[in-house]
Design a binder for this molecule. Sequence first.
Ligand SMILES: [Zn+2]
Length: 547
Amino acid sequence: MNYGLFVLSMLALAACNSVEETPTNTRSGAANSITGAEIRQHMEVLAADDMRGRAAGTADYDRAADYVADRYRKIGLLPLGDGGSYFQSIRFFETRLAPGSASFSVARDDSQVELVFRDDFIRAGGYGEQDEDITAPLVFVGHGIVAPEYGHDDFADVDVAGKILVSLSGAPPGFATDQRAFYSSSRGKQAIAMERGAVGIINVRTPVDQKRRPWERYLAGVGSPGMRWLDEEGAPHQGYPQLAGSATVSEAGAEKLFALADADLDALFTKHAAGDTGSFDMDISATLGRRSNQRTVRSSNVVGMLKGSDPELRGQYIVYTAHLDHIGVRPGSDGDDIHNGAYDNAAGIGTILEIAAAMAVMDTGPRRSIIFAAVTAEEKGLQGSSYFAMNPPVPAEQLVANINIDMPYLGFPVGDVHAFGAEHSTLLSAVQEATILSGLELTPDPLPDEVRFVRSDQFSFVKQGVPALALKPGSMSLDPATDGAAALDDFLKNHYHRASDDLSLPYDNAAAERFARTGLLVGLIVADRQARPRWNDGDFFGDKFAR
Ligand SMILES: [Zn+2]
C-alpha cells in the first residue's frame, strides 16, 4: 500500500465528515502541499560542507541565517526581527578554554595529587576573570539539590560558603521523572550553588551516567567555546562567574579525589542510588586554574510571522522553533572535521520552513498568529531560545504555545511520533487529533529517563510559563524489512554530534512528509481552538513556572 495515498484519503475523509467546517478542508489541503523532497532541498543547502556546520557566532551560521530569511521572504512571512528585518540579533559572551591552561590538584595536609586534564577531568572556559586560580576546601553535597516538594535538601547540614561542591550527577531515584529531569539540570544546580556562596562545582558522574554517556563523548566537546547571551547590563545570562572552581571528573579522577579524602566512592554511589542523603566536609582542598579566551560575538534568531485570520485571536501567538546552529568544525573521524548536522537540525529547519510555506497558502489561515523562529546557539545550552522567550518581539503573556522540532531522524519509513512534554498541558489533545488526521501513531516517550523534555529549546518556553512540546519521529517502522529501533539507535550511537551526521545518511521522503504534516496539523489545531492552551491542574511545570 502506498502510505502517502492512504494519508491523503484519510484527510479527504476527515474533510467530508465535517461538512461546514471549512478549516478541516483547508487543513488537509495545506498538509498535502508539504513534500519530503522540499524538506530535503533545505537540508541539502544547510547541511552542505560549505555551511561548515553552522556554529553559532560564526559567519557560517550567518550564511545559514541568510538562507532562512530568504525563504521567509519568499513565503511571505512578516519580519519580526530588528528594524523590520527577520534577524533578532543577540550579543553573546563567548569563552574558550586556552589550550594547556587547565589545572586541577587536590591536597590534604602535606600530600598533594595532580589530576590530568582529559584523563581525570575536563573543564570549559569561564565567564569571570580571564585568568583564574582558586584554592578552596571541598564539601560533598550528594546530588546538590534542594527540592522542597520532596523535603530534600542536600545543603541542610553543611555550610558551603567559600567552598567547592563535590556533587553527583543526576537526582535521587525517588524523584518522579519530570522532577528528576528538572532537578538534574546543571544550570539549576549552579544557581543553587551560587545562592549558597559556593565557588565551584566538581561534577562526579554516577555509574548510571557513566554508562549512558561514556567519557569519550565528553572529550569530544573539549575546547569548543561556551556562550551566554548578554543581558542589558552586559552580564552573561546565567554565566555564574563566581563558580570559578568547576570541573567534571572522569571515573579515574573521581577515584583520586575520594581516595585522598579517605572516602569510599562506591559506597557513596550505592547509598545515594538507594535514596539516602548525607553531606560532609571532605577535609581536603582543591586548586583549580585556567585561562579563558573571551570575546563578544553576535548571532541571530531568524524570526517571521504569519498573522492570524481571526481578529479576536490574532493577538495570541504560537511559536514554532527549530535550532539552526550546529557544532561547526572540530576534529572528527576519518579526516572529516565538518559536523554538518543534517538531522541535528537542518531537518528540523526544513520541516518548519515547509510548515510555514503550507500555512501561508491556505485560503483561510490559522486563527491565531504563528511565529517561526529559527533559533541560534541551542548547542551552547538553549541560548537563542532562552533569549527569544525572555525577550519576545510580541507581548510575552501572549505567547500561548511552543512547538519545537529538534533532530527528527527520518532515515526509514517512520510510523509513529512522540510529543515530549505534551502531557503536561492541553496540547496533548491537539497532538492526538493531529495524529489521527496524519496517520502517524502517537507513542509515549520510550526513554523517559533521558528527560528530553528539558533538553531542547521547548524548555526555554516552559521556564517562561508557556505550554510547550517537542515533536519527534519515533522508532516504529512501516516497512517490516526495516528495524526502526535499530536504525534510530544506530543514528544516536554512531552519528549524533559526529561529523557523519551528514547528507550521506538515509532519508525517507514519505517519513519526512508525514512528520511535517503532523507538525503542521498540531499548530493548526492549537491555533484554531477557541480555548488558549493551558497547563493541566497541579502540573509540576505549570505550577513552577506559569505566570
Ligand atoms: Zn545537537
